[in-house]
Design a protein around this ligand. Structure first.
Ligand SMILES: Cc1cc2nc3c(=O)[nH]c(=O)nc-3n(C[C@H](O)[C@H](O)[C@H](O)COP(=O)(O)O)c2cc1C
Length: 223
């Protein structure tokens, strides 16, 4: 009898884990938001939305503020089968992925395996509970394979403290602060390099223009 109870418990746990995994990894509908800044140069944030506590969504908003602080206007798109695979005319791209079982989420990997980021300066954020290092390494490899000019990556966590000097503060708020300054610093460096290049008579890397190739664009204010 005990044997059957244990077997039933194991099967229930396996089915439950499978159901949760499919739920959190399921591709979101394609959505493209214009996040309201006025800069001529543009940034793109690509992400897979969190299904539980919206951690990755919150990180995208913090990154958007960082880009906006650097003077860029910001587009944000979910990573789906309908997401443009060759984003063009962006000064910088940020990829935000969730960690599930020590791997970047499936929509991120599927998108990066199809995409051609063609030398666009790119930063990556690996969101997770606290065990993200293996996933971050996988994300780096996928970004390099996609042709991105990978500038930097970092992990941000829901549970593990994001900054040991700010343990008394809300950990998610700290993650948001870090994401914002991470994006700001990366964008500033890209813009400065573009200015140096154009002063030297070369084409700069920061470009203006419109890059949304399909889908709906919604205006959604950041503040
Ligand atoms: C099935 C499952 C597996 C997970 N595996 C990991 C993991 O290996 N490492 C980690 O740091 N976080 C892991 N997490 C936590 C998620 O990465 C984290 O919750 C994610 O960023 C989604 O944010 P949300 O909680 O706001 O939905 C896991 C969560 C779920 C549901």
């Amino acid at each position: 009898m005990l044997k059957w109870i244990i077997l039933a418990l194991i099967i229930s746990v396996l089915i439950g884990t499978l159901a949760v995994t499919i739920f959190v990894q399921r591709e979101a509908p394609f959505r493209s938001d214009s996040l309201g800044a006025k800069g001529v140069k543009r940034a793109l944030i690509l992400y897979h939305p969190s299904r539980d506590a919206q951690f990755s969504d919150d990180l995208t908003l913090a990154i958007a503020r960082g880009f906006e602080d650097a003077g860029l206007s910001v587009d944000r798109q979910t990573m789906t089968k309908d997401t443009p695979v060759k984003p063009r005319n962006y000064a910088i791209i940020a990829i935000v992925s969730n960690t599930f079982f020590w791997q970047p989420d499936w929509p991120t990997m599927r998108y990066l395996n199809r995409s051609d980021l063609n030398g666009v300066p790119t930063i990556g954020i690996m969101a997770g509970g606290g065990a993200t290092e293996r996933a971050r390494q996988k994300l780096i490899k996928a970004l390099v394979r996609s042709g991105a000019d990978l500038r930097d990556t970092r992990s941000l966590w829901v549970s593990k403290p994001n900054d040991d000097m700010r343990l008394h503060e809300n950990n998610r708020a700290v993650a948001g602060d870090i994401a914002r300054s991470f994006a700001f610093n990366a964008a500033r460096r890209v813009i400065a390099q573009g200015q140096v290049a154009s002063q030297a008579g070369q084409p700069g890397s920061a470009i203006s223009g419109v890059a949304i190739e399909n889908g709906n664009t919604h205006a959604s204010p950041l503040h």
